[in-house]
Design a protein around this ligand. Structure first.
Ligand code: FAD
Length: 460
């Protein structure tokens, strides 16, 4: 009889866990997976996928308005939130099924249960109440949205977990937070016609992103009617007969039908038995791992958001894949975190890869900046005062492009391709040698010739 029930037991059927399980099974391992909520995890069920679908939905009003400039009379355009929620649910249920089928087809055994470590080789399925042993255990339990633990009335607020399935759209929503999830939801709700206010404890949204990108999104949002309340936090949320009142730290209040918190996410390690197995965690509760996703316990590994390295789906997937190849495929490799392209699906959208200008300036003695700020062709005909912003940052010494930032239509699509060139070490001269594709917005990326001079310097 085998020493263990499984070669690998994966806790969490999200991006990282599913990839690790599937690839390990493909390498011949006997694999079990437990998922306590829905296969597909955060990204598929209540993250990237439904978010992007809702972003699409939120942009139609602007498209309808633009259509008039091109001769279309689109007439009345009523919107049904419940139809959107139903259509979203249909799509994520389809994807959930594909994820589960993919595991089963690979030969993994799937469990719909919450799993908890008993020791380094044993997990307990809490619903079924039985224990399972495995030679290796992979923790891929993701993260959960934070709500200020000291917030009085915290039970009245929602997070991204609930926002996708609200029974009805509120007339007014207040979103607390300034990171990409808060900003994306603000764009979604504002686009769908909800009066939207963002309250943020700092003085500008999207901390860490390039300043020009932050400005571009803030301007776009102000044009859309989003209201910003900076340098404030909520102390108390009060429920009234007509909605909610948020009490801020300066004593002022904001009224809303819903108040959403998007102030960050924490590793999901609740009721996971980490102490029982002796698995070490860091100050934020994240599972501490090395480059090969090994914890301090030989048989226990962790990938994805629960390790709080980079909270992105493709990163969790890579980490899961590297783990599987390393432990079961005889092909050891580690995830490379350099030049990860990311997007903010705001309207305007941001796509970014490499360093923002403030970091590039600190790193490179001579930084050349190229900027293009223009009104896209479509906006001109639509009569919209809309701008696209593109920016390349170049290390003056090597001519290497070290940052590319785009705010505007299809920014994410453009930047994914630029990331390939940057990974290959593309120089500004390589960009310049590349023929433009005309007429497109992205041709600006290969036609920027003038170095940008800060206004103060230009005046000298
Ligand atoms: P998850 O996908 O969270 O999967 C963990 C799974 O484990 C969950 O299904 C959970 O139910 C299950 N689980 C937890 N504990 C247990 C247990 N004890 N037993 C059994 N099962 C358990 N990333 C991007 O790259 N692009 C985006 O545009 C993007 N948008 C996002 C938008 C939102 C609103 C949110 C919240 C996240 C977004 N992300 C995005 C981040 C992305 O979703 C995560 O980085 C990714 O899902 C992490 O994958 P994971 O495998 O670590 O965890």
């Amino acid at each position: 009889m085998a020493e263990y029930d499984f070669d690998l037991f994966v806790i969490g059927g999200g991006s990282g866990g599913v990839r690790a399980a599937r690839i390990s099974a493909g390498h011949g391992a006997k694999v079990g997976v437990a998922e306590s909520f829905r296969y597909g995890g955060t990204c598929v069920i209540r993250g990237c996928v439904p978010k992007k679908l809702y972003v699409y939905a939120s942009r139609f009003p602007q498209e309808f308005a633009a259509a008039r400039g091109f001769g279309w009379d689109v007439g009345e355009t009523p919107f049904s939130w419940s139809q959107l929620v139903t259509a979203k649910e249909r799509e994520i249920t389809r994807l959930e099924g594909l994820y589960q089928k993919g595991l089963e087809n690979a030969g993994a055994t799937v469990f719909a249960d919450h799993a908890r470590l008993v020791d380094g080789h044993t997990v307990e399925l809490t619903k079924e109440g039985r224990t399972i042993t495995a030679k290796r255990i992979l923790i891929a339990t993701g993260g959960t949205p934070n709500i200020d633990p000291k917030l009085d009335g915290r039970e009245h607020v929602i997070t991204s977990n609930e926002a996708f399935d609200l029974e009805r759209l509120p007339k007014h929503i207040v979103i607390a937070g300034g990171g990409y999830i808060a900003v994306e939801f603000a764009g979604i709700f504002a686009g769908l016609g909800v009066e939207t206010t963002l309250i943020y404890r700092r003085d500008k949204i999207l901390r860490g992103f390039d300043e020009d990108m932050r400005d571009a999104v803030e301007k776009g949002y102000r044009d859309l009617g989003v209201r910003f309340v900076y340098n404030r936090t909520f102390k108390k949320i009060e429920k009234t007969s007509s909605g909610l009142i948020g009490h801020m730290d300066n004593g002022a209040t904001l009224e809303a039908g819903q108040i959403m918190f998007a102030i960050g996410r924490s590793p999901n390690t609740a009721n996971l038995g980490l102490d029982a197995a002796g698995v070490e965690t860091g100050p934020g509760g994240e599972i501490l791992v090395d480059a090969k996703s090994r914890t301090n316990v030989d048989s226990v590994f962790a990938v994805g958001d629960v390790t709080d390295r980079v909270q992105l789906t493709p990163v969790a997937i890579r980490e899961g894949h590297a783990f599987a190849d390393t432990e079961f495929g005889g092909k050891p490799w580690a995830t490379d975190y350099d030049l990860i392209p990311t997007a903010v699906f705001s309207t305007p959208e941001i796509g970014t890869v490499g360093l923002p200008e403030h970091e590039a300036r600190a790193k490179y003695a001579q930084l050349d900046v190229y900027k293009s700020y223009f009104r896209p062709m479509k906006a001109v005909m639509a009569g919209k005062d809309e701008r696209t912003m593109m920016k390349l940052l170049v290390d003056g010494a090597s001519d290497r492009v070290v940052g590319c930032h785009v705010a505007g239509h299809d920014a994410a699509e453009m930047v994914q391709s630029v990331a390939i060139a940057m990974r290959m070490g593309a120089t500004k001269a390589d960009f310049d040698r590349t023929m433009a594709l005309h007429p497109s917005a992205s041709e600006e990326l290969v036609t920027m010739r003038e170095k940008w001079v800060p206004p103060a310097q230009a005046a000298e």
